[in-house]
Design a protein around this ligand. Structure first.
Ligand code: SF4
Length: 196
């Protein structure tokens, strides 16, 4: 199938059918912020920091660039006041959980986010799911998952699998935007060595 032509931030961009807006933008050097995206993993659309505005079929909407497929004649804006407000609020909400994350601090500076806007509920996890998805999709070990729901949701190593698989692996550690993974791992290590 032939390439599609769309417009991103006023530039004409061609992309293969099935590509996402994020991929099309990256292919021409247009940067869209991401937190839960990883090129080897299935798109997740969880953090919404990659939100962009699209004009399609007579409507303007805000969509996740990592999920939304390109269309012929789609018009995309990656930087508008509305998007800056959305990203600012998202960063502020995430900073209530992980106020010292370097990635979040960089985004806070870029979007003028107030680190202290929301009451702190420090869990260090921003629910990006990178570790969980990497372990399941790439390593196929399922050594880590989410427990609980809503604001109490957090990552948890499965001790019996982690004790066997993680010591020599640690491949998901550098993916974590907040270093929560290392802390959780140290805890599991301590608990499993107590049980020995
Ligand atoms: S360190 Fe453990 S949880 Fe992380 S990818 Fe490896 S096996 Fe999975």
């Amino acid at each position: 199938m032939s390439e599609l032509l769309l417009q991103i931030d006023g530039r004409e961009v061609t992309a293969r059918p099935g590509a996402t807006i994020l991929e099309a933008a990256q292919s021409v050097g247009i940067s869209i912020p991401t937190l839960c995206h990883h090129e080897k993993l299935q798109a997740h659309g969880g953090c919404r920091i990659c939100s962009v505005e699209v004009d399609a079929r007579g409507r303007t909407s805000v969509v996740a660039a990592c999920l939304y497929p390109v269309e012929q004649d789609l018009v995309v804006r990656t930087r508008t006041r509305k998007l800056e407000r959305i990203r600012k609020s998202l960063v502020e909400m995430m900073m209530a959980h992980a106020p010292d994350s370097e990635q979040l601090m960089a985004l806070a500076e870029e979007y003028g986010a107030d680190r202290d806007r929301f009451a702190k509920e420090v869990s260090f996890c921003i629910h990006c799911g990178l570790c969980v998805r990497y372990c399941a999709e790439i390593k196929k070990k399922h050594a880590i998952g989410f427990i609980d729901r809503g604001p109490r949701k957090e990552i948890c190593f499965i001790p019996e699998i982690a004790a066997r698989e993680c010591w020599e692996c640690k491949e998901c550690f550098p993916l974590c935007p907040t270093s929560a993974l290392q802390a959780a791992f140290v805890l599991v290590k301590a608990l499993t060595s107590q049980a020995d």
